[in-house]
Design a protein around this ligand. Structure first.
Ligand SMILES: [Mn+2]
Length: 322
């Protein structure tokens, strides 16, 4: 199917991820359901992440839909885009509750949820909904920040606490960390003493820069995995558009390698890309985020264990992982 035939802008002005129309997919159930969550009410430094999901979707309409690495058109698996969630002023806990309900609906429909943030606190709703369906879930977090505070700004549901809350529910593996407070560092050191039984494994950005073996990262993940990518895991040189940029970050192929290694040996049952804070006149970060989402779909779809509860049709094995 040609790109020209597959793309459109809907009459009400709401864009679909990839600019895809309903005619771009002929199967019974799309593999992926994109849920825009423009929420940023607990942002700590710069707000504007409410504009992230729209910027990602707009940029995605300019992507090539062919993946040269996997030699396929990943959109053929089916990508639908949900209406964006409305933000609530009732606080992050209420927003997380609403995200959980929306994601549960997506999972019940046999789709893999793909959330676009918005701030990182929304990931807790995604993880809660996935855990209801996949009790053996673990989380791979790519982030500059540990997000292990117990509370922040008087709430345990602040974006700075999201990994701590997740760690109370399931194992979590963090990659790219380079910014945390001393209480978080001490909390992580105490956890490390649990050795093999540790529920939290942290790989700092310096570990990646020294040359990390991604198999060592993946080995601590369970069979079913949720991937959460805070875009500030990238170096600000290529991703300046985040609310809290940190120097010394990962580059494009580092992050892709992490996702590829995970999707190649685990069932990825949902993922999110959060914290894009678009900069007026600078489109490269928006495009990076859009392409990252599409590459993640490509790797998950090419996996031998695609994370759908009810495959709607026989899946094309478009490429093998190395
Ligand atoms: Mn972060």
């Amino acid at each position: 199917m040609g790109v020209a035939a597959a793309r459109h802008t809907s009459v009400d002005g709401i864009l679909n991820f990839g600019g895809l129309s309903g005619t771009a997919f002929t199967g019974s159930t799309p593999a992926f359901s994109v849920l825009p969550v423009p929420y940023d009410l607990t942002a700590s430094y710069i707000s504007g992440m409410r504009n992230g999901p729209r910027a990602i979707i707009e940029a995605s309409t300019h992507m090539e839909l062919y993946d040269e690495e996997l030699d396929c058109e990943p959109y053929e698996a089916g990508i639908e885009t949900c209406a964006q969630m409305e933000a609530t002023a009732l606080g992050p806990e209420e927003m997380i509750k609403r995200v959980r309900a929306a994601v549960s609906g997506i999972i019940a429909g046999g789709r893999i949820p793909v959330l676009l943030g918005g701030e990182h606190s929304i990931t807790l709703g995604l993880v809660q909904a996935l855990l209801d369906k996949y009790p053996l879930l673990s989380v791979l977090q790519l982030d500059a920040h540990a997000d292990m505070r117990d509370t922040y700004q008087d709430t345990p549901f602040n974006h700075a606490c999201v990994a701590r809350r997740i760690s109370e529910l399931c194992p979590i593996v963090q990659v790219g960390i380079r910014s945390l407070c001393i209480e978080e560092a001490e909390f992580l050191k105490r956890g490390e003493k649990a050795g093999k039984n540790a529920r939290i494994k942290t790989h700092y950005a310096t570990d990646v820069l020294k040359g990390i073996n991604w198999k060592d990262v993946v080995k601590d993940l369970t069979a079913d995995v949720c991937i959460t990518i805070d875009l500030d895991v990238f170096d600000p040189a290529i991703m300046p558009a985040t609310g809290t940029p940190e120097p010394g970050g990962l580059l494009w192929h580092d992050v892709l390698s992490a996702v590829k290694a995970t999707a190649g040996s685990r069932r990825v049952v949902g993922f999110d890309v959060v914290e894009l804070c678009p900069l007026p006149g600078v489109v490269a970060p928006d495009f990076l985020a859009a392409k990252l989402v599409y590459k993640m779909m490509a790797y998950v779809n090419a996996s031998k264990n695609p994370g759908r509860s009810k495959p709607g049709r026989k899946r094309r094995q478009t490429a093998a992982f190395q």
